[in-house]
Design a protein. Structure first.
Length: 90
């Protein structure tokens, strides 16, 4: 995965950006393993918990743990639109 300019600007948030990118591109429930593999990132538990805490992501199942974007959160479509506008996601 090539580093995008937005990842350079928000360097300390790269994991969050990559997690969001995977969710927006996959658009289905995902395991930690699949997020890490598709986003080419690792050790994302803390970042996922942060996104759950602010309501961007929801944990929907256990064994295996599955996560989805919380489409009911008004920030999700705004984030999606912003990331599309800057060319980070398609």
């Amino acid at each position: 995965m090539i580093e995008h300019d937005i990842e350079k600007i928000f360097y300390n948030c790269k994991k969050i950006l990559r997690i969001l990118k995977v969710f927006f591109e996959e658009n289905e429930p995902l395991t930690i393993y699949r997020i890490e593999k598709n986003g080419m990132i690792y050790d994302i538990n803390r970042a996922i918990n942060k996104l759950i805490e602010i309501g961007i992501v929801k944990k929907i199942d256990e064994e295996p743990n599955l996560y989805i974007l919380n489409e009911e959160n008004s920030l999700v479509p705004k984030i999606r639109e912003f990331l599309k506008d800057i060319g980070y996601i398609s």
